[in-house]
Design a protein around this ligand. Structure first.
Ligand code: 13P
Length: 250
């Protein structure tokens, strides 16, 4: 059985101070929810403070990005070993990184390798645009992203990863994908290519989240689909009702 996982992607929201205030507000109630992995992914500067505030709880900390080189002349970037004292997870290949910061499938593949080598659990993001969706290209495009992201991995490494299927047209729009459709796409465009790459047993171990306008009121619908193992939550992870969202997932 796969343990479900809900991660809050705070994106470029909250300062070092307001982030710690927020986690101090929610941590007792969030910590008390069992049977599900809970993760918050603050902006870089808030990570050390949030990690300190959450020490000793069951709540994990993740980064939202990471560079694939270990160090060097990469102005503005953050390396894996800068994250490992504070983080257990790292979001890689989010559609906003692919769209606004020119991240490529190859770069995402390299980042996953480095994250795994440092013991970080990658949350690998895939998802199609509205135009691709309307053109009927969802399954071919998303399965291509999965194949590219996981090229060159062995079964043991693949099994450690989390994948987040986030249709771009559902992110921050309030227009969430229907749970049945999202789960069916996850089965055909994510788990199926993982099965082809790594075999049935490994693919069955990999946790796959849905992301895009997930709220306390719709999370239960997603969790009811057998192929959806949790959610990557944006806007609804920034407010105290994130606790209710996680409660409604179990
Ligand atoms: P929203 O939940 O705000 O739609 O964002 C989803 C997302 O991009 C999480 O990574």
């Amino acid at each position: 059985m796969r343990t479900p996982i809900i991660a809050g992607n705070w994106k470029m929201n909250k300062t070092a101070v307001s982030a710690v205030e927020f986690v101090n507000e929610i941590k007792a109630a969030l910590d008390a929810i069992s049977g599900i992995d809970k993760v918050v992914c603050p902006p870089f500067l808030a990570i050390p403070g949030v990690a300190a505030a959450l020490a000793g709880t069951s709540i994990g900390v993740g980064a939202q990005n990471m560079h694939f080189e270990p160090n060097g002349a990469y102005t503005g970037e953050v390396a894996a070993d800068m994250l490992t004292p504070f983080c257990q997870y790292v979001i890689l290949g989010h559609s906003e990184r692919r769209e606004y910061f020119a991240e490529t499938d190859d770069g995402v593949n390299r980042k996953i390798k480095v994250a795994l080598a440092h013991g970080l659990t990658p949350i690998v993001c895939v998802g199609e645009s509205l135009a691709q969706n309307e053109a009927g290209e969802t399954v071919s495009f998303v399965s291509g992203q999965v194949q590219a992201a996981f090229a060159g991995f062995n079964e043991a490494d693949a099994a450690k990863c989390v994948v987040a299927y986030e249709p771009i047209w559902a992110i921050g729009t309030g227009r969430s994908a229907n749970a049945q459709q999202a789960g069916d796409i996850i089965a055909s465009a994510v788990r199926q290519p993982l099965t082809a790459l790594f075999g049935h047993d490994t693919a069955q171990q990999i946790r796959i989240q849905y992301g895009g306008s997930v709220k306390p009121g719709n999370i239960a619908d997603y969790m009811a689909h057998p192929d959806i193992d949790g959610a990557l939550v944006g806007g609804a992870s920034l407010v105290p009702s994130f606790v209710e969202l996680v409660q409604n997932a179990v």
